[in-house]
Design a protein around this ligand. Sequence first.
Ligand code: ADP
Ligand code: DP6
Ligand code: CO
Length: 354
Amino acid sequence: MADIYRASTTAPVNIAVVKYWGKRDAKLNLPTNSSLSVTLSQADLRTLTTATCSSSYTGEDSLTLNGAPSDISGARTQACLRELRALRVALEKKDSSLPKLSSMPLRIVSENNFPTAAGLASSAAGFAALVRAIADLYELPNSPTELSLIARQGSGSACRSLFGGYVAWQMGSQADGLDSKAVEVAPASHWPEMRALVLVASAAKKGVSSTSGMQQTVATSDLFKERIAHVVPKHMKLMEEAIAARDFAKFAEVTMKDSNSFHSTCADTYPPIYYMNDVSRAAVRAVEAINAAAGKTIAAYTFDAGPNCVVYYLEQDTAAVVGTFYSLLPSTEGWKDQAKSYASGAVQLEEAVA
Ligand code: ADP
Ligand code: DP6
Ligand code: CO
């Protein structure tokens, strides 16, 4: 029987505190602005991907996602597979004793242990895991930043999930996209007290995908022009300063303002896109109540392209933030209907950031 070559990897979710929203080149998946995220620990939210190849496999490359066959004929997944294969071909050319994995069909099996396409960055963890699993299978020597250039083409946010800690995606300026990559801003150990509370308001697939939503925003929103010209550059600078100084109040203010700015451009899209719902707005009010009770900013909300809320806070404020959230939410208007899913464990607490 022919050998089967195999590699498995997990990749974590990252939740942006300065959001990527807008493409300047849809083919190469180049963004209209730089972004910055925190990578969550893999204890709760992660993708597990196994890549295999064998000379006994026939047919096309395939992906099984959460137990069902998934279409990988799209240009973005194809770009990832093509670039990874090209790197393997180069290795095989240099060393003719290497098995010719590049000519074998790939079978990829992936599972997210959290809702897919619900605004919890499944495309980020998903494409980061896909790229790293194949890179491991092919024994590629490439660095995380080099792999981020490939993962970016699968899903923009995925380039940031190749690093732990605090990660920037530099938008770059080249037309070929070779300078549009992820870099580590600080390792998780720089600010180990950082925590993220993930509140699942709905696990349903979003109505408007990130890819489609941001293209509608770029095409129709005037507010978006202001966001990329002035708001994001200001937020990137302030966020890098806040992280360097471990200044939580500043980190929190920029995080919340950037989330608000991003969702405002969605509302300014024509026709408007609403990712946040009444449940999301109840979470915003709960964070405001927590900060008011503390007399300082100890919690920061942020929402991706979906209704689910991520609250950043520091370990020493766990009782005030998580405790208050748990006591507030079931009785907060809008969360009443959610009390059941809340009680059944839909609210997940991340142990720590990666
Ligand atoms: P999200 O907010 O969850 O990132 P997106 O609309 O950005 O939602 O992307 C969802 C898409 O990402 C899915 O429909 C699927 O095509 C892709 N995706 C999600 N998880 C994986 C995975 N584990 N492996 C490969 N692709 C994935
Ligand atoms: C709101 O990376 O999912 O989560 O590149 O089209 O796959 P594509 O989009 P995606 O967009 C993420 C948008 C966001 C903000 C962020 O993660 O920075
Ligand atoms: Co996504």
